[in-house]
Design a protein around this ligand. Structure first.
Ligand SMILES: C[S@@+](CC[C@H](N)C(=O)[O-])C[C@H]1O[C@@H](n2cnc3c(N)ncnc32)[C@H](O)[C@@H]1O
Length: 271
């Protein structure tokens, strides 16, 4: 099982505030997939595995009778519980490798930006056990290095960010390397014939400079750097904000930058 990287409440609050918003396109992709495979039958149960602060859990809630968010991090779940008013959503501390539900009881096993931390063979064994016939798996994440765009200053901004990524990638572990491979390993390991691997799903997000600095802090590699060398982490964050402000000049407080991301998604159906 993965080490608990999301164990501090302060980090969970930063995560909830600054992690890029949930992708409606990805949620809709997963929902259309499961609705298509279950021929319009009512959807009873979704599991959101590695649900974190419950961001995707809530976007699944209107489409299922019940949604259960699972995570190994109590601090992530504590933020999730504070945010949730939906009556059909509940949360539980549980690992992806031992899902706390009955055999053949789940319509959708969903994992957003989390499956790279799971022990994949155990997670897939459990997924196969809990899915109903016609039930589906949807696991997705995004490519780690986004591109920034702002008038004719995009190159300068991306040079600054490349230095940030270079520093953070010194802390890359196997999980993050799996993200670079766009979940190819997960796709190949799924013991089902009916499966799809969709990559290069574009997204554009507008962020102010403080939101970009917040986003960097919400990446767990930055949290790892903070744990190992707080002064270096703080210096990088302060210098990055300063350099961004210098590049944008008088527009630094008023304008947002475009951040271009690419998502990827693995979908599978158990017949
Ligand atoms: C980057 S967060 C994503 C949270 C949420 N799905 C979202 O998209 O905002 C990854 C989450 O996976 C959880 N996690 C990591 N390994 C896990 C495991 N083996 N079982 C359950 N949760 C796990 C972490 O605690 C963390 O909350």
């Amino acid at each position: 099982m993965a080490v608990n990287l999301f164990k501090k409440s302060a980090f969970s609050l930063i995560y909830q505030k600054y992690m890029i918003p949930v992708s409606d396109e990805i949620t809709n992709m997963a929902l259309s997939y499961v609705k298509g495979k279950t021929n319009g039958q009512p959807l009873e149960m979704a599991l959101d595995v590695g649900c974190g602060t419950g961001r995707y859990t809530l976007s699944l809630a209107p489409h299922f009778t019940k949604v259960l968010g699972l995570d190994i991090s109590e601090s992530q779940l504590s933020v999730a519980k504070d945010m949730t008013l939906a009556k059909n959503v509940s949360y539980m501390v549980a690992p992806a490798e031992k899902l706390p539900v009955k055999d053949a009881s789940v319509d959708l096993v969903h994992a957003g930006v989390a499956a790279h931390w799971f022990t994949i063979d155990k997670f897939l064994d459990e997924t196969m056990r809990v899915l109903k016939p016609g039930g589906c798996l949807a696991a997705h994440s995004y490519e780690p290095v986004p591109e920034f765009e702002y008038n004719n200053l995009s190159h300068d901004l991306n040079v600054v960010m490349a230095e940030v990524w270079d520093t953070l990638f010194q802390y890359v572990d196997k999980s993050t390397k799996d993200m670079f491979c766009r979940y190819q390993h997960l796709y190949e390991a799924i013991p089902l014939n009916d499966k799809e691997h969709i990559t290069d799903i574009p997204a554009k997000i507008q962020l102010s400079i403080p939101e970009i600095i917040g986003f960097i802090q919400a990446i767990y590699l930055c949290e790892q750097l903070k744990e190992k060398d707080m002064r270096r982490a703080e210096k990088i964050l302060i210098q990055t904000e300063k350099r961004f402000r210098e590049i944008l000049g008088e527009k630094a407080d008023s304008d947002c930058l475009n951040m271009y991301m690419k998502y990827y998604c693995v979908l599978a159906c158990k017949h």
